[in-house]
Design a protein around this ligand. Structure first.
Ligand code: ZN
Ligand code: ZN
Length: 370
């Protein structure tokens, strides 16, 4: 249809009484503000969409591009769902008088498609600005004020943690925290308090503390106990505020330790999340599972595996193995029930009623390598 555009007076081809330019302005393919403000944490680089979130990008440039992209996407309305939108963040600009607090990212938006009733596809372009507002996110402000919801305590049953265990567990906790932070931004370590008997961590979120405790338990075995303490009342909601303490106790024993259980002597064969597996030292075949709750009450440590005395193998035949005690040179003879035993291998032995039992074998090669 030809005629005069009712908006600008142009004479020519009209769509619904409008020239092409006026039509595109009256019926845009998308709508977006000229300027979008987005809150960005100056400490951790997280930014606020509906909730605060950590950037996926690694370097500053890609983080800024990401922020500009999502800020635009979240504020853009398409006139129809079939319209394709391309969001292209440009080079970030420092505004005059500004440090990082005045940062602006121009964004080019290209929309392609047609509205219902239109017979030809068209393109619409728009340039906008995303302006960053540097603030401190709720997580960082809590972190800065040493906020914590939970204390995670790591201990061993009936003994202090050894220095090696402390080092290993601390490494494990920090790795777990790093993983957890991807899902729970509040799962940070607010404070680390090494203790003589174990390790204490103040954790930003209850869920984080519980999660780390259960990871420790599934790797090292043991028990978890949780207690809560009322610390106040939230002024805005009137709800009670609690802080929890999660204690995870790793097993007293290690594989190889010698324990007494119901008047028999056992070697700790393996340690699982909920159970301890004991092996009768006199009868190699018998292995029994004992739940931690029972083990705590009914077992008793006789000797640490590494404290058991040693004897060196001096002769091996298909039937017998002869070894000499490294301390008193006493000679012992055992049935050869071992796989692949050689002269020079070292046996860990435990003596009960003057009879020595083999509770472990250390290969000669591994000893030479030390
Ligand atoms: Zn017009
Ligand atoms: Zn932050």
């Amino acid at each position: 249809m030809k005629g005069f555009c009712y908006r600008c007076g142009y004479e020519g081809e009209l769509i619904e009484g409008l020239c092409k330019e006026c039509y595109a302005q009256v019926y845009p393919l998308f709508q977006v503000p000229e300027e979008i403000k987005v809150e960005v944490c100056h400490m951790c680089g997280s930014y606020k969409r509906r909730v605060w979130q950590d950037p996926k990008g690694e370097d500053l440039y890609s983080i800024l591009q990401e922020i500009a992209y999502y800020a635009t996407k979240d504020n853009l309305k398409k006139a129809h769902k079939n319209i394709e939108i391309e969001i292209i963040p440009q080079e970030p600009k420092q505004l005059p008088g500004g440090k990082r607090t005045k940062l602006e990212i121009p964004v080019k938006i290209i929309g392609k498609g047609k509205l219902p009733g239109e017979d030809r596809e068209r393109t619409m372009e728009k340039d906008i600005k995303v302006r960053l507002q540097m603030v401190q996110c709720p997580r960082c402000s809590r972190y800065m004020s040493n906020y914590y919801e939970a204390t995670l305590q790591i201990r061993a049953m009936n003994r202090p943690l050894t220095e090696e265990e402390k080092e290993e567990l601390d490494r494990f906790v920090r790795k777990e925290v790093e993983k957890r932070l991807k899902k729970d931004r509040m799962a940070f370590i607010s404070k680390f308090i090494p203790k003589k008997e174990g390790l204490d961590y103040q954790i930003g979120s209850m869920g984080g503390a519980r999660n780390i405790a259960s990871s420790i338990k599934s790797k090292y075995g043991g028990r978890i106990k949780e207690t809560a303490k009322l610390v106040g009342v939230d002024k805005s909601s009137g709800k009670n505020l609690y802080r929890i303490t999660v204690v995870v106790r790793i097993p007293e024993y290690k594989v190889g330790d010698i324990v007494e259980y119901r008047n028999k002597v056992y070697r700790v064969a393996s340690i699982k999340e909920d159970k301890l597996y004991l092996e009768d030292i006199t009868d190699k075949g018998e292995k029994i599972p004992v739940p931690w709750s029972t083990a705590e009450k009914e077992t008793r440590l006789l000797k640490r595996g590494e404290e058991c005395s040693t004897a060196t193998v001096i002769s091996v035949s298909p039937e017998t193995v002869i070894a000499m005690d490294d301390e008193n040179y006493e000679v012992y003879e055992y049935n050869n029930v071992f796989e692949d035993i050689q002269e020079g291998d070292v046996l860990r032995i435990y003596k009960k009623d003057n009879v020595s039992y083999v509770v472990g074998v250390e290969k000669k090669k591994s000893i030479d390598n030390r």
